[in-house]
Design a protein around this ligand. Structure first.
Ligand SMILES: *Cc1c(COP(=O)(O)O)cnc(C)c1O
Length: 420
């Protein structure tokens, strides 16, 4: 497929931006070809510089649960813009967003707003260490928690896509504070506590993993993490940057009935603008400055535009709980397009077709996939006007803007690929 304008743009971009992109997976390195440069989006569709349009299953990598430019969010942004873009002083909107988050997620008694998911996880780790007085953190192979130094260990997502095992520039001393164990293995976590017991500050987990492709938790896994961390005086951190407000209004923790000590949020809570958040137990959050000794700050944190977009998104979701049923049905319809023998993992509106025999329950199994066959699948879809994540190790996202007809057409194209 030729995209002359996009090809010219990526060539030009590469002269002034590393790889021509501001986040690695956008460069299409794992699937080949030039990435379409996007001009605009509307509902479930994006439009590129070459005049083509696509049904979008990337949805900005998660935030756009309602598709592109939902009227409620656009209206909120226009209203906020009329009042000013940033004050570096408290505003009522921030309180409203904090209250909305706390109401949707009962485990979040207090919350601090930041600008990205990375900032949220970085701050949550610092807080967990400051609260417990311990240094080590347990994470899971294939879980991605943003580009925080100590968490770029077997981190799935973009690093898996590019085949980068260990990130250069992360001091060994930082990586050594991280204990990485297989996802879905409570026994490995138990062993880590045998080995390091009172040095472990926290276990951080994507409760439904989405950054090695979609990998749901095995039955009892999250319950075991809750029990083990409690028994050893460590904190349980749910990284719900992807799953928060996507799988349910109360995130994966609502779905699985687990109450973590801290939760990190991002993506959907910004309504398409940069918002992250970390929150949890009030006694822990009370250690954050200015109340306590754990310092964390941000010039643009609680930005009026971003907060207004997020608030509009959350209010819409609260008023329309039926959205989640629709998302579930649409995504189930896509999953059903795969023939016998193809591994499909799905949780709500997160979905991955794994090109391996399966099942895929952890990172090691995800890595057995035939990434060349995935690339063929990706281009098959792209050429037929369907924009799928450009990596085997990224979940695809369905939005509420995808109509029954959109989903049926997508399912038909997927079926044709497997039949060809
Ligand atoms: C996307 C993601 C992050 C990082 O968020 P950014 O806004 O990209 O910094 C962290 N954790 C999870 C689970 C994510 O999916």
């Amino acid at each position: 497929m030729r995209l002359p304008r996009s090809e010219a743009l990526i060539a030009r971009a590469q002269l002034s931006i590393p790889g021509g992109v501001n986040s690695p997976v956008r460069a299409f390195r794992a699937v080949g070809g030039a990435p379409p440069f996007i001009v605009r989006g509307k509902g479930p569709r994006i439009f590129d510089a070459d005049g083509r349009h696509y049904l979008d299953y990337v949805c900005s990598w998660g935030p756009l649960l309602l598709g592109h430019r939902p009227p409620e969010v656009v209206r909120a942004l226009e209203e906020a813009l009329a009042w000013g873009t940033s004050f570096g002083a408290p505003t009522e909107r921030e309180v409203e967003l904090a209250e909305a988050i706390c109401e949707c997620m009962p485990s979040v008694e207090m919350v601090r707003l930041v600008n990205s998911g990375t900032e949220a996880t970085m701050s949550a780790l610092r807080l967990a260490r400051g609260f417990t007085g311990r240094d080590l953190v347990v994470k899971f192979d294939g879980c991605y928690h943003g580009h925080v130094d100590s968490l770029l260990v077997r981190a799935g997502s973009g690093m898996a896509t590019l085949g980068i095992a260990d990130c250069a520039g992360v001091p060994t001393a930082f990586a050594d504070t991280t204990i990485a164990v297989p996802f879905n293995s409570a026994a490995a976590v138990e062993q880590a506590f045998q080995d390091y017991d009172d040095r472990i500050a926290a276990v951080i987990v994507e409760p439904v993993a989405g950054n090695m492709g979609c990998v749901p938790p095995a039955g009892g896994f999250l319950e075991a993490l809750r029990e083990i961390t409690r028994r050893h005086g460590a904190l349980l951190i749910f990284d719900e940057v992807m799953t928060g407000f996507r799988l349910a209004l109360g995130g994966a923790q609502q779905l699985y009935g687990i109450r973590p000590d801290l939760t990190t949020l991002g993506k959907v809570i910004g309504g398409g603008l940069p918002v992250g958040a970390y929150g949890g137990r009030a006694d822990i959050m009370s250690k954050v400055a200015p109340l306590g000794p754990v310092y964390q700050a941000g010039t643009l944190s609680g930005n009026p535009l971003a907060v207004s977009a997020g608030l509009a998104m959350l209010r819409y979701l609260k008023a329309h709980p039926e959205v989640y049923r629709q998302l579930d049905q649409s995504t189930a319809q896509l999953a059903a397009a795969a023939p016998e023998g193809v591994t499909v993992n799905r949780s709500g509106s997160m979905i991955t077709f794994f090109f391996c025999a399966g099942p895929v329950t952890d990172y090691a199994e995800a890595l057995t996939c035939d990434t060349r066959r995935f690339a063929a699948f990706f281009h098959w879809l792209l050429e037929r006007g369907i924009y799928w994540p450009a990596s085997q190790f990224e979940a695809a996202f369905v939005s509420a803007a995808h109509s029954e007809e959109d989903v049926a057409r997508t399912a038909a194209v997927i079926r044709e690929f497997f039949a060809a």
